[in-house]
Every structure is written in C-alpha cells, then in structure tokens.
Design a protein around this ligand. Structure first.
Ligand code: FAD
Length: 359
C-alpha cells in the first residue's frame, strides 16, 4: 500500500516500475506533433520504443488508453485502478472499510501538511510510525491484554474503540463536520486573503485526529515495542558521558544527565596551567586492547608509548615557574622513596594521596 499515491490510500512512495510506463507514454504522445514537425518523413508512432511500450501497456490494461493521453496523470489513474483491483482485494469487511476510509479526501490531509515543529505540524516519531502502520495495515504492536481484559492483536486498532480509550476515526469526517470545516475554511480564506487557509485548517484537524489515534493505540499497551524509554543518568563523569553518547548514537534521545558537581568530567579534571593544561585527575590511558579511550585517540598522535617512562619529568611550581633539573631530580628521588616504601604504605590507613601528603 505504501506504493499507492496518497490520494488512493497509500503513502505515495511510488514504484519506478508503476510510473515508468505512464511517464514514457505521456511523453511520447506529448511530443508526436513536434517530432512530425521536425521530421515529417517519419511515420507516426516512430518515437523510439513507443511501439514496445504501447504493447506492454495493452497487455496490462487492455483497450484502456486515456482520452487525453498527453497527461501522465491520466495513464497513472488507469494503472492505479488496475493495481488496486489486482493487489488489494480484501476478503475482510474491516480491511475493505479501511481502504475506502483512506481514499476519502480528508483522510490524507495530515500527510500533506508541511512537517514543522515551529507551527505544530510535526508529529513525533512514535505517533508517526503508529499512524503510518494503522494506515497501511502493518503491525503496530505485539499482542497483549488490554487493561479492560480484551486481547489486543498486532494491528493495534483495539485502542481506537476500547471503552477504556476513545473512539477515533481512520480519517473520514461526517457530513456535518465537512460542512462546518468548509464554512469556517471559506471564511478564513476570505478574511486572510490566503486561499490556502482552508487547506491548512483541514491539515491541522487531520493531524489532531491522527495524534489522537496514536495516543489511543499506544496508551493501552503494556508492551509498546515502538516507544523509546526515558533514561536518567546519574553523574557526568567518563562513564555517564560515555553512556549518554552511546545512547544518543543508537537513537535514544530522551535522556537526562544529573551531575551533583559544578562541572562535567568527574575524576577527569583538566585545568589551565602555565599557558598549558594540567590534569588534576586521570591522565593515563591504560591498555591498548578493549579500551575505548585508546580506540578513540590512537590515530590522533596524542598518546605516547604504553610503557611507563620516569626519565623525562618536568616539574612546575603552582606559579607556573619551571623548576631546575637539579631540584626536579631531588624531588623525584623523594617521591619514589615515598611511593615504594611498601611497609609504611601498607600500614597507612587512608588514601594514597593522604599517605603521600603526610609523608
Ligand atoms: C588523581 C586521579 C588520577 C587518576 N589517574 C587515572 C589514569 O591515569 N588513568 C585512568 O584510567 N584512570 C585514572 N583515574 C581513575 C579515573 O579518573 C576514573 O576511573 C574515572 O574517571 C571514573 O569515571 P566515572 O564516570 O566512573 O566516575 P567519576 O569520574 O567519579 O564520575 C562520577 C560523577 O558522578 C557525580 N555524582 C556522584 N554521585 C552523584 C549523585 N548522587 N547525583 C549526581 N551526580 C553524582 C560526581 O560528581 C561525578 O562527576 C584517576 C583518578 C584520580 C582521582
């Protein structure tokens, strides 16, 4: 059904095979006079491949050439009628009713609306998916038990008429509603001076009906396969930020990140220092395999070799002043003695930082 034009109850995603013949034949009929004018010696019907195309058309649609063959639309209408009859012969009255309902003029107005969040004509993805699925008769959900106890099938239509939900329509309006909208729309056209005002009104009402349908179909479902969850992430450290990024990459966009501190990064804490950057927290990328940080930066020439090197330390004072080599070497020696004093370290009750500061 998606390949049917919107006005015929589809989604207008046409098959090239369906429109190729109408397009070609309308063109050839359209250029006959011109071709004869330019090349009077050619017989009629000698446009390249015209004979073959006409034969194929006659096989598909015997004795059915449009009265005005220069319009592609006229060929297309005949083709669509044939596709409709051959493809969509429903045994079930429900499906026949669905197709008939969709072919009424006001049923497709929501698909003609310009989707803009600024003017409220953009449907959210979930509602759009549900409405499209309802329209083309594809599965909306897994089977489940409604809160009223009834078994709901995959077509998701039960929500449109369950007593616990509401009664909605696939799109058609009653005669009274059509007359009312016509009157209001005609007045709007006159007052605004914009002949599209009635059309915009029709589209908005159609969108409201479809949103109502989606809400009815969704809200009764206990197992909604299409709704994406809301996610709350506590902490904007490396783990929280990585989780957020991964979720966003995979299409989850209803995410809230809570951070108790005044900055993101957690124990990774880069600060400006002496015209450069100093790390108050993590600074090593441990491991070259199965390490996402390594994977992210390994080609950016930011990492030095994975072995530890303690030969080229440079120390700065908090003022940013560089310490002399002599002082640096002495400080390093003291730092190593403290760090590798296993006895004192194992007897210390507290963090490594606390131990170091105390020593
Ligand atoms: C000095 C230092 C040096 C380090 N060096 C390295 C190194 O070289 N290489 C290495 O791989 N690792 C190193 N680490 C460890 C590394 O920094 C951590 O493993 C990593 O940053 C942890 O990230 P995380 O997201 O799990 O937690 P954290 O970075 O601790 O982030 C947790 C976040 O959650 C917030 N938070 C906590 N509770 C709540 C709450 N209830 N509500 C809201 N927010 C909350 C915190 O404020 C914080 O921002 C070092 C750590 C330190 C302290």
């Amino acid at each position: 059904m998606t390949s049917l034009p919107i006005k015929s109850g589809g989604l207008g995603i046409r098959k090239v095979a369906d429109i190729a013949l109408p397009a070609f034949l309308a063109s050839t009929f359209g250029v006959h006079d011109l071709v004869n004018l330019i090349c009077p010696s050619l017989d009629e019907g000698t446009v390249h491949l015209e004979k073959e195309a006409t034969e194929i058309w006659n096989e598909l649609n015997p004795s059915n050439i449009p009265t005005i063959p220069t319009y592609q639309r006229n060929w297309d209408i005949i083709n669509i009628q044939r596709i409709n009859v051959n493809t969509f012969t429903f045994d079930s009255f429900t499906e026949i009713a669905r197709l008939k309902a969709l072919q009424l003029s006001e049923s497709d107005a929501w698909l003609q609306a310009f989707p803009s969040s600024n003017i409220g004509t953009l449907m959210d993805n979930t509602s759009f998916r549900v409405c499209v699925a309802l329209r083309i008769g594809s599965p909306v959900c897994r089977p489940y038990n409604c809160i009223c106890g009834a078994q709901v099938s995959v077509d998701g239509r039960y929500g449109l008429h369950c007593g616990k939900g509401s009664v909605e329509t696939f799109g058609p309006w009653s005669k009274e509603a059509q007359d009312l909208v016509h009157t209001i729309g005609t007045n709007l056209n006159q007052i605004s001076g914009d002949s599209r005002s009635k059309q915009f009104l029709t589209q908005r009402i159609s969108l409201a009906i479809q949103r109502g349908n989606a809400a009815c179909s969704l809200h009764l479902q206990k197992t909604v396969i299409m709704r994406k969850p809301r996610v709350l992430i506590v902490g904007a450290g490396a783990a929280g930020i990585a989780a957020t990024a991964r979720l966003l990459e995979n299409g989850f966009n209803d995410i809230i990140v809570l951070e108790a501190g005044t900055r993101i990064g957690g124990r990774i804490h880069s600060v400006n220092f002496a015209g450069g950057v100093a790390e108050l927290g993590a600074q090593w990328c441990h491991g070259e395999k199965g390490n996402i940080v390594n994977d992210l930066v390994k080609n950016l020439n930011l990492l030095s070799p994975s072995s530890n090197s303690y030969d080229d330390f440079t120390f700065y004072q908090s003022s940013g002043k560089l310490l002399s080599r002599n002082v640096t070497d002495k400080l390093l020696k003291i730092a190593f003695e403290i760090s590798y004093d296993d006895g004192a370290l194992s007897n210390f009750n507290g963090s490594f930082g606390g131990y170091f500061a105390e020593r």
